[in-house]
Design a binder for this molecule. Structure first.
Ligand SMILES: C[S@@+](CC[C@H](N)C(=O)[O-])C[C@H]1O[C@@H](n2cnc3c(N)ncnc32)[C@H](O)[C@@H]1O
Length: 335
């Protein structure tokens, strides 16, 4: 960093030549990144970074400091403070999880299915209740709220975004404010493992659609994650096991504890409204880690009319989608 500051700061040549500045920054970054990645990162910084004209010392200093952060492995989204997601520009801040393209892919699919489903409902049933559990930045809740705000029944549709992490909740609330007020999801603190919190979520009635991208990485795999993930993103957002000493998971360190909890909540039957007619949109959409889909499918199957596994763009089984069993009693008892 010191060498870069002095060489970039030194010369008026850099002020006169953005091309030279770009070359020097790219060369600096290429000491820790592949050359192609370094040049792409510098291009994105210059394109999306909020530096203003680079002929001022302050702007250059900030740009150089940002390149140094990237050189230390910090993800671009944290350095820029934003991440595009399904046409929205989300604020991003460490340690809240950066929304991933895989999540964006299935989020768009669900939003589309939900919108088409709403259009088929009789007018009086069009408002639906959507829950995004483990919302993080609020990306999925925002995508659904934004899409459904243009669908039939928008005025009566409610989206709730829940998380336990104070930093995630603060970021999600900031993100929600970028939507028009009528489309803003409510952001609620809820620990999925706390019965009282979960009862609070359904105080206004059960939900019609649950989306959830829970932490699902087994604790033993944390050490082998990419450094940019391991060092900057919240462990609480990644590891699908309770902390050591919290008991429960010692004999099943497979990263599936959130799915087991969701299955237990389904068994209680208060979280989701059972459909009384076939619908195109699933009731439950869960992102899963590599190799976890069959186990998660088994967990939701007892409550489901139908379960589908969706692949992501890399060909990995990424989502378990369940169409809840309809039930005259309205409770989600296993079939
Ligand atoms: C994998 S991140 C998903 C974030 C976001 N939905 C996304 O797709 O980018 C998981 C989220 O679960 C939250 N979380 C962890 N433990 C939780 C708990 N016990 N109850 C509720 N949320 C929890 C974390 O704070 C984190 O924001």
């Amino acid at each position: 960093m010191a060498a870069l500051t002095s060489s970039v700061g030194r010369g008026c040549a850099f002020l006169r030549s953005p091309q030279l500045l770009r070359q020097r920054l790219t060369a600096r970054l290429a000491r820790t990144q592949e050359p192609g990645e370094a040049s792409q990162h510098v291009r994105w910084l210059l394109q999306d970074g909020d530096y203003g004209p680079l002929d001022g010392r302050a702007a250059r200093r900030r740009l150089i400091a940002d390149v140094a952060r990237l050189a230390q492995g910090e993800p671009l989204a944290y350095v820029l403070g934003t991440q595009p997601f399904a046409g929205l520009l989300l604020k991003c801040r460490a340690p809240t999880l950066i929304p991933r393209p895989e999540t964006e892919e299935w989020g768009l699919r669900v939003a589309d299915l939900a919108r088409s489903w709403l259009a088929t409902l009789p007018e009086r049933e069009r408002g639906i209740r959507v829950l995004d559990l483990c919302t993080g930045s609020g990306c999925l809740a925002m995508l659904l709220a934004h899409t459904l705000s243009k669908a039939p029944g928008a005025a009566a549709t409610r989206v709730v975004a829940a998380d336990v992490s104070p930093s995630a909740l603060a970021l999600a609330a900031e993100n929600m404010h970028t939507l028009p007020s009528f489309a803003q999801p409510s952001v609620v603190r809820a620990d999925i493992f706390d019965d009282g919190d979960m009862a609070g979520l359904v105080r206004n009635g059960p939900f019609d659609l649950l989306v959830c991208n829970p932490p699902y990485i087994p604790a033993r795999d944390h050490a082998s994650l990419d450094a940019s993930v391991r060092l900057f993103e919240d462990r609480l957002a990644l590891i699908g096991e309770l902390p050591a000493g919290a008991g429960a998971d010692a004999d099943a360190p497979d990263g599936l504890i959130f799915y087991r909890r969701i299955a237990a909540l389904l068994a209680e039957g208060r979280l989701l409204r059972r459909p009384h007619a076939p619908r195109q949109c699933p009731s439950i959409v869960l992102e899963v880690g590599k190799g976890q889909a069959p186990a998660v499918q088994l967990l939701v199957e007892p409550f489901s009319e139908r379960v589908e596994i969706w692949r992501d763009g890399f060909g990995v089984d990424r989502v378990v989608a369940s169409w809840l069993r309809s039930d005259e009693s309205g409770r989600s008892t296993p079939g």
